[in-house]
Design a protein around this ligand. Structure first.
Ligand code: 6PG
Length: 262
């Protein structure tokens, strides 16, 4: 029985994540592209559509650039792809910080995806209106009451945030709403973010993490005690889905031996 609402408070159990360590960020992007293609093919074969949530960040950008290359793009039936976002910065869609702009320029402008299937968070609107508007859009796309994304792409900040669930803020504790807006002083701006009850409805979560500046946090998140207020990324635990971490050697440097080998 899927009950993502029960996952919002950080009390739920999760399946063991799979951790895959690769030599370089380029290989992380390549492995992610393979998984993206496979997830799209499986979802389209099973249900006729593929719903994916994109993330901001540098490692996803490398993935998007790869998927935009004709040899990769041709492997996906873009007419059946529905794109959402895990989070957005509260800026206009053409702003240099916009996650939508990054994904559009790196990927969406280069593939034949119908415009109506690109569901962006409206960072240019009043955040208190943009969050419930996106929640309505998501709930219309997932009328069964579970945000059953086939794939949710996520990154991890070196402070333990994921999507725009930041340490010490309330979004990570949300138990009912799928989308919230929050002022994040740490980055000096408002953010819109999917919440754990939404993200934990996904069939598959794929974390992309690269770089030595992530090594200490990755070890803390995967090997240390659970504390979702300090380490919001630990709140991501799909109720009926898988979690895979694709990490490069540098980011994996401080993981326990058992972790690195798995
Ligand atoms: C954002 C992201 C954010 C990101 C991490 C990791 O909008 O900034 O969605 O959660 O994924 O900060 O980013 P990097 O991969 O660039 O380190």
């Amino acid at each position: 029985m899927i009950d993502p609402a029960g996952m919002g408070g950080g009390t739920g159990a999760s399946a063991e994540p799979e951790i895959i360590v690769l030599p370089s960020p380029a290989e992380v992007a390549g492995a992610a592209a393979e998984r993206f293609v496979a997830a799209a093919a499986a979802a389209i074969a099973a249900r006729g559509r593929f719903s994916v949530a994109l993330s901001g960040g540098s490692t996803p950008k490398a993935l998007y650039a790869r998927l935009a290359a004709p040899v990769w793009a041709a492997r996906i039936d873009w007419a059946r792809v529905h794109v959402f976002w895990g989070d957005e910065r509260c800026v206009p869609p053409d702003h240099a910080s916009s996650n939508f702009r990054m994904a559009r320029e790196a990927l969406l402008d280069h593939v034949p995806i119908p415009a109506a299937q690109v569901h962006r968070l409206r960072g240019e609107d009043d955040p208190s209106a943009a969050a419930p508007a996106y929640e309505r859009e998501l709930r219309a796309a997932f009328p069964d009451g579970v945000a059953r994304l086939d794939l949710a792409l996520l990154g991890m900040g070196d402070n333990g945030h994921t999507a725009s669930l930041f340490p010490g803020l309330s979004a990570v504790r949300e138990t009912a709403r799928w989308v919230v807006a929050e002022r994040v002083d740490e980055v000096g701006m408002w953010r819109l973010t999917l919440t754990p009850p939404a993200l934990n409805g996904a069939a598959s979560v794929l974390f992309l993490v690269a770089g030595r500046d992530k090594a200490a946090m990755l070890a803390r998140v995967l090997d240390g005690p659970r504390d979702v207020d300090l380490l919001p990324v630990q709140a991501i635990a799909p109720v009926d889905g898988t979690v895979t971490w694709l990490v490069d050697d540098a980011a994996a440097a401080q993981l326990g031996r058992g972790r690195r080998g798995s």
